[in-house]
Design a binder for this molecule. Structure first.
Ligand SMILES: NC(=O)c1ccc[n+]([C@@H]2O[C@H](COP(=O)([O-])OP(=O)(O)OC[C@H]3O[C@@H](n4cnc5c(N)ncnc54)[C@H](O)[C@@H]3O)[C@@H](O)[C@H]2O)c1
Length: 289
């Protein structure tokens, strides 16, 4: 069962299975959320709905209502109908600049400097409160920047460049990179992300509750090198966005520990940065044939 305020884009694989129930609804509508979760017994909620970085900066009020308020509605509905496991899509944007390396979930302080990171850390804290107070089995995935084909990021992602350098090169399209030439970030390939959320939803136990997931660290330089090694005449240039530029360099050296996910959930990335690039570029070419 899927709840979203907009219909899934059609003609964009992978399609949802025909058996999936798709419900149109806004997570800020508490009754709608409760009605949806009451429709049939669910083994887990995987909560992905939300605004990402630039959408939160443009409208902090909406960010708090959707990212924190929507999470509150889902947690409360899960408690009321008795869903045992709640998986929350959090983010490495909960960390601020100048953090010590390597970064470990329960050691590195979460002191964000963006509305996005702040709304997500507050939502995580609320989930942990539901766990302490009512025993809801809350589990949060601090996902690295997602890399995948056909990314839309309706609300405005700061890390689209990690996908678009590779995708545009594969399609022979010119691309003006919108971040600082020194930018970098840990990334998570979409296929690794799907396996991560599934691992969190189905693991018999997730004792540390908050887990990092990453395929690896990339820089703009590295992505451009990989793209050009596959497509020597890739048309890549820079048109740095003044708002994105400074944000994009914060995470360029982050050494994100994924040991907890390996030890507790048996999860490790199935891809390297190189094999991720090859897979994404092959999918992009296939989709646009
Ligand atoms: N993309 C990334 O790099 C990244 C990294 C870490 C964590 N995340 C988290 O993963 C989740 C999904 O991100 P994404 O990149 O797919 O973003 P996206 O913008 O592509 O998708 C967000 C989805 O949430 C839905 N949504 C937004 N507001 C809603 C509301 N009020 N009610 C119901 N549905 C609503 C949108 O319709 C959309 O389908 C988010 O929670 C995001 O914070 C994303």
């Amino acid at each position: 069962m899927v709840l979203d305020q907009q219909a899934p884009p059609s003609g964009m694989p992978p399609e949802l299975p025909a058996s999936a129930t798709v419900i149109s609804g806004d997570v800020t509508d508490r009754q709608r959320v409760l009605d949806a979760l009451s429709l049939k017994p669910l083994s887990a909620v995987i909560h992905l709905a939300g605004l990402v970085t630039m959408g939160c900066e443009r409208n902090p009020d909406l960010a708090m209502r959707v990212n924190l308020g929507g999470t509150a509605n889902l947690l409360e509905a899960a408690r009321q109908v008795g869903v045992s496991t709640f998986v929350f899509a959090s983010t490495i944007s909960v960390y601020g600049p100048n953090v010590q390396q390597p970064m470990v979930e329960w050691i590195t302080p979460a002191e964000p400097l963006t509305w996005y990171g702040q709304s997500k850390i507050m939502a995580e804290q609320l989930g942990l409160y539901y766990q302490r107070r009512w025993g809801l089995d809350f589990r949060a995935a601090r996902l690295a920047a997602i890399v995948g084909p056909s990314r839309i990021a309706g609300s405005g992602s700061a890390t689209m460049y990690t996908s678009l350098i590779l995708e545009n090169a594969a399609l022979g399209k010119a691309y003006a990179i919108d971040v600082d030439p020194r930018a970098g970030t840990p990334v998570l390939y979409a296929r690794d992300a799907a396996r991560a959320l599934l691992a969190l939803a189905t693991a018999p136990a997730a004792p540390r509750r908050i887990y990092h997931f990453s395929t690896g660290l990339v820089t703009v330089d590295e992505l451009m090198r990989i793209a050009r090694s596959r497509v020597p005449d890739a048309q890549l240039s820079f048109n740095t966005d003044p708002q994105l530029g400074p944000v994009s360099v914060i995470s360029r050296d982050w050494d994100l520990s994924i040991e907890a996910a390996q030890q507790d959930l048996g999860w490790r990335p199935a891809f390297t940065v190189e094999s991720m690039a090859d897979d994404l570029m092959a999918i992009a070419r296939e989709q646009h044939r």
